[in-house]
Design a protein around this ligand. Structure first.
Ligand SMILES: *Cc1c(COP(=O)(O)O)cnc(C)c1O
Length: 437
């Protein structure tokens, strides 16, 4: 049981100062700097299963899991074996290796609507490439996205892009010329009328609609009943490409992602995170008719020096194989344990008289510090981020590592135990007292 005494921060603070002198904000991805919650970001030196340790030897129960990829937990023996085995034979060739088709086979078996897949090295690359492909296929210019959805940091997609951007209070991003986003239509999430209206306004000009089928990047916000069905029907009618960005939801909500869970067939799917098992992998795929436009078969250019890297493929294969072999146990268990955790913490908030609502789909969830319900960016942004910050810091000081932003989803993985969950609920009870006090 972690004690309520404040964690030690000397080493992490020293490492942060050192990093800050060389790296912007000391971090290589902004949310890690803890700017919206305050306090000292722990420097992590080790992870095992559901737990991580920092440079001051504090131990934490981890609900970030590297922002989603580590559904099997840290340092999973099977994944480590696969990486070590691959590394012994060389780390990169810039030529084809057998493992690329092995991972492709696993991905296509999980996503039956997909006939071909191309591997890249991040989610950003996956969505950026899928958008280019949708434009190549339809020969149209406009793209449609939704407020609060994040699809990586490509110029045209950095419009009302949720968490990272929202956490910093930056509207879009500096350095993106207006001309680069003039073909991006950003609409409120869960609003079918807005979609109909935009398709009417930009008749025959919208190449694609890209959506997180369950949003994770404004905190967890599920699609309303029939919203995804409506997007499918409208895009079909308008001959526009429907892209499910399953970078977060793929292999997490079900082995076959949100499209399996909700039984909807998008045209293109983008993936990342779990598909690389903790190493850098992204992917985009769809029917051959569209994918055959990708170079060298077709005129849509996209390439990558380290794409299909053998270490990354090995980690992905080991992770997906394990999920495939154990999906009957893993996904139901994630559902039950996540439910227990999320409802247990929500009950503790209610008992303490803290206004809180929760959204959860499977092992993806957020406790919003607002009465709710949270259904889109406007309702999410009513959250009391100051109260969230207090809660976050109290949890962290007692050994619970949550996403350092109100607008990021938390994750539970196969390595979490009943004891982890009970401990987290117990700590939350005390943390809510700190929020009120
Ligand atoms: C994380 C994420 C991305 C970006 O992936 P990176 O690997 O960070 O570039 C894109 N889309 C969604 C839905 C994500 O959650």
């Amino acid at each position: 049981m972690p004690s309520m005494t404040s964690r030690k921060v000397e080493q992490s603070r020293r490492l942060q100062q050192r990093a800050e002198s060389m790296i912007p904000g000391g971090v290589n991805s902004p949310v890690r700097a803890f700017r919206s919650v305050g306090g000292d970001p722990p420097f992590i030196v080790r992870g095992k299963g559901s737990h991580i340790w920092d440079a001051d030897e504090n131990e934490f129960i981890d609900y970030i899991g590297s922002w989603g990829p580590l559904i099997l937990g840290h340092a999973d023996p099977g994944v480590l074996d696969a990486i070590l085995g691959a590394a012994c034979n060389g780390t990169s060739f810039g030529a084809s290796t057998p493992s690329e088709a092995d991972l492709a086979e696993l991905v296509l078996s999980a996503f039956p609507h997909m006939q071909k897949v191309r591997f890249v090295s991040s989610g950003t690359e996956a969505t950026m490439s899928a958008i280019r492909l949708a434009r190549a296929y339809t020969k149209r210019k406009y793209i449609m996205k939704f407020e609060g959805c994040y699809h990586g940091h490509a110029d045209a997609l950095l419009v009302k892009a949720g968490s990272g951007v929202a956490t910093l209070g930056i509207p879009g991003s500096a350095g993106v010329p207006e001309e680069f986003i003039q073909f991006t239509v950003a609409l409120p999430f869960n609003d079918v009328q807005a979609v109909e209206h935009a398709f009417h306004k930009f008749k025959h000009q919208i190449a694609c609609v890209i959506v997180e089928p369950v949003v994770g990047n404004m905190g967890c916000v599920p699609a309303a009943d029939d919203y995804l069905v409506a997007l499918r029907l409208i895009t079909e009618r308008e001959r526009s490409v429907l892209i499910f960005d399953e970078v977060m939801t793929g292999f997490r909500l079900a082995f076959g992602g949100a499209q399996e869970l909700y039984n909807i067939r998008p045209d293109l799917t983008t993936m990342g995170k779990i598909i690389g098992g903790g190493l850098p992998v992204g992917a985009y795929g769809g029917p051959s008719e569209i994918m055959n436009l990708v170079a060298p078969l077709g005129p849509m250019y996209q390439a990558g020096t380290l794409s299909g890297n053998p270490l990354a493929m090995a980690a992905g294969i080991a992770t997906l194989k394990h999920l495939q072999d154990h999906k009957q146990e893993i996904y139901p268990r994630l559902e039950t344990l996540s439910g227990k955790l999320v409802e247990g913490v929500a009950a503790a908030a209610k008992e303490a008289g803290v206004a809180l609502c929760h959204n959860r789909v499977g092992s993806m969830f957020t406790w919003f510090f607002t009465q709710g319900p949270v259904t889109d960016w406007d309702s999410a942004s009513k959250s009391n981020t100051e109260a969230f910050g207090k809660f976050f810091r109290a949890m962290l000081d007692s050994g619970i590592y949550l996403p350092p932003s109100q607008y990021e989803a938390a994750f539970l993985g196969a390595a979490h135990t009943e004891q982890d969950v009970e401990q987290t609920i117990a700590v939350a009870k005390q943390a809510f007292a700190a929020v009120r006090g």
